[in-house]
Design a binder for this molecule. Structure first.
Ligand SMILES: NC(=O)c1ccc[n+]([C@@H]2O[C@H](COP(=O)([O-])OP(=O)(O)OC[C@H]3O[C@@H](n4cnc5c(N)ncnc54)[C@H](O)[C@@H]3O)[C@@H](O)[C@H]2O)c1
Length: 455
């Protein structure tokens, strides 16, 4: 973080903020092109770039990554001559830029989003929104204070079959929802991510800049590209990685935004060889308002959960269960018999009532398959929604408050695991009410020079 001083940065973002208020008027016309900058162009940044490139009314004017090869690749795709930066603050200082897409690792999201808001840019930020609950709230405050449009990259909020599935649950057709289960069916046994030794960063990688607010540690290849997910300084493991998508869908379907309590158990039970920090086996249990139990389970891969159908999320109501898969959803009715629990007579033994011949489904079964669904194509409507909202100044499908709450639920799961406690949560105050040490872990000490700005 060298070429701009913090004071220079404060001045340039203020100027850029004023300029963007004008450019906001410029992009409000339906045919105007939104000028976008991308910060982080790795695995996900490249996918989101494709989703935006499918839209006619945007222009990629700037790229930022610590890797020149990723920027060159993106520049070729994007056409034109987007400016390239290794320091995102220089990108944010551009006046002819309306919005940014943040696709860096989780530990960078807060600083880059808040700085973007201060610079007057609208923000599309990847999920999980934040590394800890307190910084997520600070990001919400920055968006509101600077009157920015925000979209969190929980793209299923904009996918039609997921919207429809959530609506089915909200309609009450499944009866009273009692239990919801989400699964990450993968424990990465036997190879995991390996255990490479620490060493020198590859030529051209500014390791210090990659670490940013995280503690200064020696370079290890597993800590960087893609594999940062297995280390708590940069991520929260698979519950924040995949679980944020699931918890967000669950929030949307149940009409809730925060749990009342959470507990968790898990650890490295299968994968002992690699240098990960996050669990390979995990059970998190949340209690939500309305007496609903929600679980997230991570385990080995080859047998589907209890229903026999592989699902990412099961929403179990008294009348039926909705199974959400990556490519559609299904409703499986409960079978109810007229004579549900007959007493045993002296000479006969009743068959299991659930399987009695007169048992009838209480709902119509339904199976809805999405056409050609994939993480890439599913992101297109989310990108479209962001551009529409940049122009209309309306709230996006996954406005920052929504993304913050969905991320927070997963972060609280990790907090329960770390403290080995059943934590009770006051969602309005965003505080744990029964375990004060856990409240200290709602934030973390940033490296000097990388503290979050006051909002
Ligand atoms: N919505 C989804 O379905 C989805 C899917 C995958 C990843 N993600 C999220 O996307 C984010 C990135 O994950 P990934 O798999 O693309 O990781 P990645 O390591 O492949 O890419 C991250 C990129 O950020 C760059 N970077 C790091 N620090 C930077 C900085 N200070 N300034 C500019 N660039 C910097 C890296 O050089 C790298 O190219 C994560 O938060 C992840 O959870 C979301």
């Amino acid at each position: 973080m060298s070429t701009l001083t913090r004071r220079d940065f404060a001045k340039t973002v203020a100027a850029a903020g004023a300029a963007t208020a004008l450019s906001q008027m410029r992009v409000s016309g339906a045919n105007e092109r939104v000028r976008l900058g991308f910060i982080g162009l790795g695995n996900r940044g490249d996918q989101v770039l494709d989703a935006f490139l499918a839209q006619p009314d945007m222009q990629v004017v700037a790229l930022c990554d610590l890797r020149t090869d990723y920027m060159d690749f993106a520049a070729q795709k994007a056409g034109g001559t987007p400016k390239q930066f290794k320091d995102y603050r220089q990108l944010l200082a551009m006046k002819d830029l309306d919005a940014v897409v943040v696709g860096t690792p989780d530990h960078w999201h807060a600083l880059q989003t808040i700085h973007a808001c201060q610079a007057g840019k609208d923000v599309y930020c990847e999920k999980p929104l934040s590394l800890c609950v307190a910084e997520g709230r600070r990001m919400v405050q920055a968006v509101r204070k600077h009157n920015r449009v925000s979209q969190v990259g929980i793209h299923r909020r904009s996918v039609p079959f997921c919207q429809e599935a959530a609506e089915v649950v909200r309609s009450g057709v499944l009866g009273k929802i009692t239990v919801v289960r989400a699964f990450h069916i993968q424990n990465e046994w036997p190879k995991g991510i390996g255990n490479p030794p620490n060493g020198n960063p590859p030529a051209g990688l500014d390791w210090d800049a990659w670490l940013g607010p995280a503690p200064l540690v020696p370079y290890n290849p597993n800590r960087t590209f893609y594999r940062f997910r297995w280390f708590y300084d940069y991520s929260g493991g698979q519950v924040t990685n995949f679980g944020t998508h699931y918890l967000d869908f669950i929030h949307s379907a149940l009409g809730v935004d925060a749990p009342r309590a959470v507990t968790a158990l898990g650890g490295r039970y299968a994968q002992m060889e690699d240098n990960r920090e996050v669990p390979d086996s995990l059970e998190i249990l949340w209690q939500y308002p309305g007496d609903i139990l929600v679980t997230f389970s991570q385990f080995n891969a080859n047998a589907a959960p209890a229903t026999g159908r592989p699902a990412e999320v099961e929403i179990r109501g008294t009348k039926g269960t909705l199974l959400l898969q990556g490519k559609g959803y299904e409703i499986v009715p409960e079978m109810i018999s007229n004579d549900e629990f007959p007493a045993r007579t002296p000479l006969t033994r009743p068959a299991d009532s659930k399987y009695r011949k007169d048992a009838k489904p209480v709902l119509e079964p339904r199976r809805v398959a999405a056409q050609g669904s994939s993480s890439n194509s599913d992101t297109v409507p989310h990108a479209r929604n962001f551009l529409d909202c940049v122009k209309s100044r309306k709230a996006c499908n996954c406005d920052i408050e929504i993304g913050h709450r969905s991320t927070s639920a997963t972060l609280l799961g990790n907090l329960a695991l770390r403290t080995r406690t059943l934590l009770e949560w006051d969602a309005a105050a965003e505080r744990v009410t029964n375990h004060e040490p856990a409240n200290k872990l709602l934030s973390y000490p940033y490296r000097p020079g990388y503290q979050l700005p006051e909002i």
